[in-house]
Design a protein around this ligand. Sequence first.
Ligand code: ARJ
Length: 421
Amino acid sequence: MLKFKVKDLSLAKQGRKKIDWAESRMPVLAMLREKYKKTKPFKGYKIAGCLHVTKETAVLVRTFIDAGAEVSWSGCNPLSTQDDVAAALAAEGVSIFAWNGMNTKEFYWCIERTLDFKPNLTLDDGADLIFTVHRRFQHLIPEIIGGTEETTTGVHRLRKMADDGALKYPVFAVNDSITKWDFDNVYGTGQSTIDGILRATSVMIPGKNFVIAGYGHCGSGVANKAKGLGANTFVTEVKPTAALKATLDGHSVMKMDDAAKIGDIFVTATGVKDVIIGRHFRVMKDGAIVCNTGHYDCEINIMDLEKLAKRKRLLRPNCEEYTLKNGKRIFLLARGRLVNLSAAEGHPSEVMDMSFSNQFSAQLRLVEFHKKGKKLPINVYTLPEELDQHIAGLKLKTMNIKIDKLTPEQIRYINDYSEGT
Ligand code: ARJ
């Protein structure tokens, strides 16, 4: 059985330093690690993971291993793997199959290798691993006790699978925890998307017409960070409530057909395909910068851009210049893949600390259930809110922030509906 495949093992030393840095910024996960390295609750359990290979993910992997798990890992996006981190994990003896710049065939080959050890737990970001299991490795399903899913797009896919009766084992939607979506999706995406745009272009943000497609948790995070940096922000939406919220948050809301003409920088954050297509490229200003921060690379129709272009060249890392037949230039970042993870390092460690504490807790919950001999009915579950309050409480503690506590009298007041004016 192949143990690992990474780009270059000699990058391990540099990767280790990166992971050490992330570790020093992830105190909540460190507490979980400290607690469970003694009791090793994952002993005898095998986790196959498919999630961006970053320094933060490496800290999560180390936490699982210290808690007794056997782990095999692949990346969940062809352009997001940090090769030095992958090398460091491989050098530590972790089974890992990931390198930056892989093609689609290699992507699935890596996922398949993580199934060689016949896992009994799956961990996804985007649901490609669990989908592969359901489609082509059904024989593994009887041994799998459950899975977890990191992101909005993956949860959406899994809920559709559950509705269709196609889901064959229970899953925790980690994304739906407050300490995930209300922080990672908002502040994480907000900062790391800007980070990716800056590393790929180094343009000035103030004064730019900044168009954000989608005003969900991720889109609103990006829009509000861009606004804070002095950009003129424009939002496109399909959902009336989200469009209204964007308006009241101070952004100009319009159709993409109108925004396409005035934007200097475009970011898609919708989870939907074909948000920016040929007719939009055709009317864009010379020099427009276009990128995506949604999970899949289908939001910007690159085929349309290719058809309109007479020339393209890589001008800077992650910044491709397309010269259209009409003479205008459009700059596509990170080939339309997640700009924050391809051109930058993903969300900051501090916010991933909470997301991954949820991941760890969700996997642990599946194991604890299994140990009790119980069978969780097949469904997509949300973690309990008490866990959110617990994780948020720990995070505050590590930040040395103290908050008030309800008095018994206040608790009585809250629970008493008879008191009014
Ligand atoms: C690992 C990351 C990082 C990072 O939690 C985020 C999410 O929902 C993803 C959608 O694919 C990306 C994931 N994410 C963001 N930043 N995963 N390490 N540094």
